[in-house]
Design a protein around this ligand. Structure first.
Ligand code: SAM
Length: 368
């Protein structure tokens, strides 16, 4: 968030910080608006003229919904993953052109606007000391995420204790795989464990609950680090778990190294997608190829992986076993579980067919 945007309003020069996704350029042409039809708005937005909404907040939301409905009704259904992603990215760039201004105190001055200070603080830290322009589409995502963050996700594998996840961190809301980690047989001895790409810290917490004394959890996303620290503190596990901001492994060796990497080999198109997409499986391959160097003798690597990439034609079924073998590892046990995606039952969803067949596995690996 370090780009300043300028526009003119009632003959006055105005400026604000750009609060949109860092992967999307800030708009260069801005027009303020308080009433417009969805069709007219789309005409401007398609010409890269961003609209700064000054009208009633709820009417702004209705306008966005009407714009989305129009765009989606004309969109083609792509069964091809790359075409589907490209279309999604184009839509998201378009929806980013309807803007809202946030005041330095985190409030919105549009008529009937709710108090969004909590949601804004969750994402940008507090206080801003400056006004922000951001896509309304993104703000609505922040508000939804803020409510989830407050409510938390009950984790059966943690005796229904809650994990709280803010915007931009992977949520274990569809966490069938967590039970696999809670039940799999630990290596012997198992005094130390690493959780690589810890996200909310949920896997580290499950391992701590299983009695492992020394756990290090890493992530390269600063939002995940802050989130994991808060969860581990809330669960009273700081004596067992150390959180470290680093890419992949900490120094040294461990008895158990667990990783639930991003499952899809594709380029993230927004900051929040880095937990889901790993271009060309780079993280997964680096993890596997280096894991053995960090393992104590009799140690194990636990990899959580879905086969959705195979159903989407993005990875062959031989690739993962081959990478495991070339890393000097062998499979000692593999446990499968069928995830229950609500979207798998939406038959019009382009990825529903792959999701219907998806299996998530816990691969327990040891040195060959
Ligand atoms: C699918 S999420 C899993 C989060 C958590 N372990 C869970 O199971 O809920 C993948 C995580 O890996 C992290 N990650 C991606 N690349 C990484 C890297 N090179 N080093 C450390 N963490 C990474 C992401 O930030 C994200 O938090």
């Amino acid at each position: 968030m370090n780009q300043t945007i300028h526009w003119t309003e009632h003959g006055q020069s105005m400026q604000a910080m750009w609060g949109g996704d860092s992967r999307h350029p800030a708009p260069t042409q801005i027009q303020t608006i308080s009433q417009i039809s969805a069709e007219q708005a789309l005409q401007h937005m398609r010409q890269n003229i961003a609209l700064l909404w000054r009208g009633d907040y709820h009417q702004g939301k209705q306008l966005l919904a009407a714009i989305k409905k129009r765009v989606h009704s004309k969109a083609r259904t792509h069964n091809d993953f790359h075409k589907h992603r490209l279309q999604q990215a184009q839509h998201s760039r378009l929806f980013q052109q309807l803007l809202i201004e946030i005041q330095p105190d985190g409030q919105i001055s549009n008529n009937r606007a709710p108090n969004v200070a909590g949601a804004i603080t969750d994402v940008y830290g507090s206080p801003n000391h400056t006004n922000l322009l951001l896509p309304l589409h993104l703000l609505l995502g922040y508000i939804g995420a803020h409510e989830w963050h407050k409510t938390g996700v009950s984790i059966p594998a943690l005796n229904e204790q809650k994990i709280h996840v803010p915007y931009g961190v992977f949520s274990p809301v569809r966490g069938e795989y967590l039970q696999l980690v809670a039940e799999a047989q630990l290596p012997e001895p198992c005094h130390s464990a690493w959780d690589i790409g810890t996200g909310s810290g949920v896997l580290a917490a499950i391992l701590a609950q299983r009695g492992i004394a020394h756990i290090t959890a890493t992530d390269n996303n600063p939002r995940a680090i802050a989130c994991a620290q808060a969860n581990i503190q809330r669960l009273g596990l700081t004596g067992q778990i150390h959180i470290q901001h680093t890419s992949l492994f900490p120094e040294g060796r461990a008895d158990l190294i667990i990783c639930n990497p991003p499952w899809l080999p594709a380029k993230p198109s927004s900051d929040i997608e880095t937990a889901l997409y790993d271009p060309a499986h780079q993280m997964l391959q680096s993890f596997l190829s280096q894991a053995l160097n960090h393992l104590n003798s009799n140690g194990q690597v636990w990899l959580i992986m879905s086969d959705i990439a195979e159903h989407l034609g993005l990875r062959s079924s031989e690739a993962l076993p081959q990478w495991i073998q070339s890393a000097g590892l062998k499979v000692i046990h593999k446990t499968d579980i069928q995830p229950t995606h609500p979207k798998a039952h939406q038959h019009h969803h382009p990825l529903a067919n792959a999701r219907n067949r998806e299996i998530t596995s816990l691969w327990q690996l040891s040195a060959q």
